[in-house]
Design a protein around this ligand. Structure first.
Ligand code: KG4
Ligand code: ZN
Length: 341
């Protein structure tokens, strides 16, 4: 009988999701447990770091326990423990990292420190075989980056936001419009009923040829408009504003990703991160890629937002290359992509 290789345990606690997953051979997802703290942070309109850390402490062991039970894997029967070491909230990262170190030490298996952005990209590799080179648009609450990937671990940032991350802009505009946190899914929902031509928002393309982004202008324009309407005691057309804003952000994201793909001659375009769950972004990326003969793909919605399956997957490819971390690995708020912790 062919021996079944042991799965990698992935652990993710960089923000407000406590997650543990077991992934075999980098592709076979045995379990992916996600305990979201969204309800706790909602009343504050954003993630409260101190509360996030405390909730991770409470949830982490039950979540890991459940991951093993669901996968029907005996505790400790793993090839390695893979964990996000940054970027993220340091107090939150420390929780997952400490548990990962303790388990790796106790079970005598390697520890794999994973960069959160790299993990988001690897969500595309869970249960799928991929070819290089590829361009990936990483859009989350903390990041907006266009990354060229020419092989495992070979990642180069081609463009990034100069101010707000795309998800951050969604969250801030949602707050201005009186929508619930997190703002991305709320805007996506109400925008479906709005007229995206209600507002003509200037798309910021920055200098000629730049693959960087800027979303603060669009966000501020919406804030001024809502303020003016409020002062004038006029009704705020929430759905129309949400639709116009979503359209403006999506247009820029799609244009720049396509420009990056053409410039670097890649045939595949991927998306990753929470904003990659946006329905219009998915639709427009597929349309733009299709008309250029590019393969466009993105993870299912539950693998776009923070999860441990992507961390286990990134860890699997680190392990294959022998890139094991030292037990002195520390949490980092903003490590560079491509530099090993
Ligand atoms: O990747 P993620 O779970 O956490 C970070 O690493 O930041 O991304 C969370 C972000 C939030 O800003 C949220 O509003 C946004 O992703 N988001 C969306 C959608 N779903 C989540 N933004 C736009 N449309 C969505 N459907
Ligand atoms: Zn994330």
């Amino acid at each position: 009988m062919v021996p079944i290789s042991r799965p990698v345990l992935g652990i993710e606690t960089s923000c407000d999701e406590t997650s543990a997953a077991l992934l075999r051979d980098g592709r076979e997802l045995l379990s992916n447990i996600i305990s979201s703290q969204m309800e706790i942070h909602r009343e504050y309109g954003g993630v409260v770091p101190e509360l996030a850390s405390r909730k991770h402490v409470e949830s982490i062991l039950p979540v890991i326990d459940q991951a093993f039970t669901e996968a029907e894997v005996r505790k400790g029967d793993v090839s390695a423990v893979s964990v996000t070491y940054g970027p993220g909230l340091v107090g939150a990262l420390v929780v997952g990292l400490s548990v990962a170190k303790a388990l790796a030490y106790a079970w005598g298996v390697p520890l794999l420190g994973v960069h959160h952005l790299e993990a988001h990209i690897y969500a595309n590799f869970v249960e799928a075989q991929r070819e290089f080179p590829l361009v990936c648009l990483v859009v989350s609450g903390g990041h907006t980056e266009i990354v060229l990937m020419e092989g495992h671990g070979d990642l180069v940032i081609l463009g990034r936001t100069r101010d707000d991350a795309a998800g951050e802009a969604f969250d801030k505009v949602a707050r201005v419009l009186g929508l619930e946190y997190p703002g991305g899914p709320a805007i996506d929902r109400v925008a479906a009923k709005g007229d995206e031509e209600y507002l003509s928002l200037r798309r910021s393309h920055l200098e000629e040829g730049s693959l960087d982004f800027s979303f603060s202008g669009i966000k501020t324009a919406v804030a001024y408009l809502v303020n003016d309407l409020t002062q004038a005691r006029k009704a705020i057309p929430v759905a129309h504003i949400a639709a116009s804003f979503r359209r403006a952000v999506v247009d820029v994201l799609v244009d720049k990703t396509m420009a990056a793909a053409e410039r670097h001659g890649v045939k595949s375009v991927f998306m990753a991160g929470g904003v990659a769950a946006n329905s219009l972004l998915r639709e427009e990326m597929l349309r733009a890629g299709g008309s250029r003969g590019l393969e466009v793909s993105f993870p299912p919605a539950n693998l776009c937002t923070d999860n441990a399956a992507m961390v286990a997957c990134a860890g699997h490819y680190l392990l294959k290359r022998g890139l094991v971390s030292d037990l002195s690995l520390d949490a980092e708020a903003g490590p560079e992509l491509g530099v090993r912790g």
